[in-house]
Ligand binder design. Sequence first.
Ligand SMILES: O=c1ccn([C@@H]2O[C@H](COP(=O)(O)OP(=O)(O)O[C@H]3O[C@H](CO)[C@@H](O)[C@H](O)[C@H]3O)[C@@H](O)[C@H]2O)c(=O)[nH]1
Ligand SMILES: [Mn+2]
Length: 732
Amino acid sequence: METDRRLFATESIGGRAVYRLHAVTVAAGILLVLYYRATHVPAAGEGRAAWLGMLAAELWYSAYWVITQSVRWSPVSRRPFRDRLTARYGEKLPCVDIFVCTADPHSEPPSLVISTTLSLMAYDYPAEKLSVYLSDDGGSILTFYAMWEASSFAKHWIPFCKRYNIEPRSPAAYFSESDGLQDLCTPKEWSFIKDMYDEMTERIDTAVMSGKIPEEIKANHKGFNEWNLEISSKDHQPIVQILIDGKDQNAVDNEGNVLPTLVYMAREKRREHHHNFKAGAMNALIRVSSVISNSPIIMNVDCDMYSNNKDTIRDSLCFFLDEEMGHKIGFVQYPQNYNNMTKNNIYGNSLEVLNKVELRGLDSVGGPLYIGTGCFHRREILCGKRFTIDYKEDWNGGIKDKIQENIYEIEEKAKSLATCTYENDTQWGDEIGVKYGCPVEDVITGLAIHCRGWESVCNSPTRPAFLGIGPTTLAQTLLQHKRWSEGNFSIFLSKYCPFLFGHEKIGLRHQMGYCIYGLWAPNSLATLYYVTIPSLALLKGTPLFPEITSPWIAPFIYVFFVKNMYSLYEALSCGETLKGWWNGQRMWVVKRITSYLFGVLDTLRKLLGLSQMTFVISPKVSDEDASKRYEQEIMEFGSPTQEYVIIATIALLNLVCLVGGLRHIMTGGWNVLFNVLPAQIFLCEMLVLTNIPFYEAMFLRKDRGRIPFSVTLASIGFVVLTILVEVLVPIV
Ligand SMILES: O=c1ccn([C@@H]2O[C@H](COP(=O)(O)OP(=O)(O)O[C@H]3O[C@H](CO)[C@@H](O)[C@H](O)[C@H]3O)[C@@H](O)[C@H]2O)c(=O)[nH]1
Ligand SMILES: [Mn+2]
C-alpha cells in the first residue's frame, strides 16, 4: 500500500555501465592527449604558435566535455500515475491558467494560433477550472478576429473531441492526420465538423490576406471597437477581451456543457517604452489572469506548440500534488518536440538528444531548465516565492472563488494591469515574474527559481505532450541558435553565471548542467581554430599531431573514436537515424562557426554597451518551393548572408588544403604524408566529407535554394587571401 501513495515514480535510465566505461576511459585519454600536447611543444619556427593554439583548443574541449558529462552520469525519467490522481481527487482538482504567446500575424498566422488555442481548450480537464489566455504582441485585429471565430468553433470542437476521445486536439493537426475513415464517428459528423473548420480557416486566412475584417463581422463583438484608425502594433492602448467567460451560465457548448474561459490580451505598447519581448508578455499575462481566474497553476506555450496529448494537465498535477515530493517542485517542464522534422534531421533541429538525455540528466541533479514553452509553474513561484521546508500550497484559489463581478469591470481592471507604466518602480521582471534583459528569459527565470530552493521535473510521455514548428531552413536554424547561444552566454557572463549565482544554492552538477548551454557560444572559438589551422598546417606540411608510429597517437585516436561512437550510440538510442546523426554532426560545426561565433561577438558588443537586446521571431511559414526542398532534405540557402560566406569559405579552404596537402607525396613521398601528417589528413578529410552538401550547393545545384554565386565568389576570395597571408606571414 505504501507505494500506492505516490503520484509519480522516478526511474533511473539504463545503459549506465556502457556510459560510465566510455566516460572514464575517454577522460583518461583526454589527460594523455593534454599531457602530450604540453610536453611536446615544438621549437619556435616549427609551428610552435599553432601547437600552443591546439593545446588551448583541446583544453577548452576537455573542460567542456567534462561539463557535458555532469548530466549524463545518472539520468532519470518520471512516470506520473494519473489514475491514482483521479481516484484520490476526483474532479476536485486545482484551477489551471494557460498562457499562449504570439507576436506577429504574418510570421505566426492567426489560423495556426487558434488551432493551438483550441487544442488547449479541449484538454481532458474540467472546463470550469480551465482558462486560456492569448497574449498578442502584434496587437492585431486579425488575431483577435481569429480568436473570436475560435470562441464559437470551440462550442462544436470541444464536445466533438470529448465525445470521441480524439487525439490530437488541435483541429489543424487532427484533420491533417485523420482521413475521415475513422470508425469512431459517422462520416457525416466528421465531414460536418471538418467543413466547419475549413470554412472558418478560410475566412480567417482571407481576412489576413486582405488585412481587413468585414464590417458585418465587426458588429458581432464589442472587442473590434478597440481597433480604430490610429492603432498600430507598436503603439496602442491595452486591450483585454474576455471572449468566453467561464463563470457565465450561458457560456456553454452545443451540448450544454460549460466552456473554458478564453481571454484575448494585447498589452499596451508605446514607442517610448521598452516592452521586453516575450518576458514582458508573460508578466502582463500573470497580472491580467490574476483578476480573471487567478489559478494556482500556470502553464505556458508558444503559439505554434499545440497540445498533442489530452492528459498533460492531469499528468503534471501528479507531480505538484504528490504528498511526499510535490511541495518541493516548482515547475514541470516538457521537452520541446516538433511535428515538422524530416527523417534525417537535416538541420539537426529535432533536439532528441537534448530532450531525452540532457533534460533527463538535469532532472537527476536538481531539475531541467525552464525552456520557455510546455511548462507548468506554480503561480506563487513565478511571482518570486522562496522554498521553505513547511511550504504548503492552497489549491483552492482560482476561478470558482471569485465573486460575480461585472465582466466590463474585470476587463477594465485587467487593462490597468497591462499598461506600459504598470511595472515602473516595481520588482516585475526582476524578483517577480519572468526576468527581463535576456534573449532566453526563460532559462534565467528557471535558474532563479532553482536558486530560491525549488526543484523541477521533466516529464516526457511516450505520446509527446506538445508539438511545435521547428525551423525549416538553414537561415532560420542559425538565427534561432544565435539567439539561444547568445542568450545563454550572456547569462554565463552576467551576475547570474550559474557558478556564482548558483554557488551554495544549487549543486555543482546542476551548475555545470546550466553551463552546457551557457558555453555553447564560446565553443565557436575552439572549433573555428580546429577547422582551419590543422588544415592549413597540412597544406604547409607542418605536423600538429603525433606520428602514426608514435604510441602517443593512441590516446588521440581513442578519444576521437570512442567519443564519436558514444555520441552516435546516444543519437541512435534517442531514435535518430545514422544519417540523422551525421547531419547533426555537420550542423554542430556549422552552428559553431556561425551562430555561436556571432553569439559571442554580439554578447561582447552588448557588454560594451554597443548594441541592445533583440528577439527575432522564428517564422512559422515558408514558401512552397523551399518547403519542398526541406521535405527532400536538400539544404536551403537562398539569399546571401555572412553566415553562408563563413560556411562556404571553411568548406573550400579544407578542400584546397586536402588537395594541396596531397602534393607532399611529390616532394616527400608517401612516408611524409602518411607517417607525419595522417591525423591532419584524416581531420581535413572528415571536414571535406561533412561539407559535401556545401560543395554541391556551390557548384552543382541549380535550384533557387543553392548557395548564391556572390557567396561562392566571396568565399573563393577569402580562401585565396588566407593562403596568401599564410605564405607571407606564416601562422602555422
Ligand atoms: O516580442 C515577442 C517575441 C516573441 N514572442 C513569442 O515568443 C515565442 C517564442 O518565439 P519563437 O520566435 O517561436 O522562438 P523559438 O526560438 O521557437 O523559441 C524558443 O526559444 C525562446 C527563447 O529564445 C523561448 O522563449 C521559446 O519558448 C522557445 O520555444 C513565440 O510564441 C512568440 O510569439 C512574444 O510573445 N513577444
Ligand atoms: Mn518557436
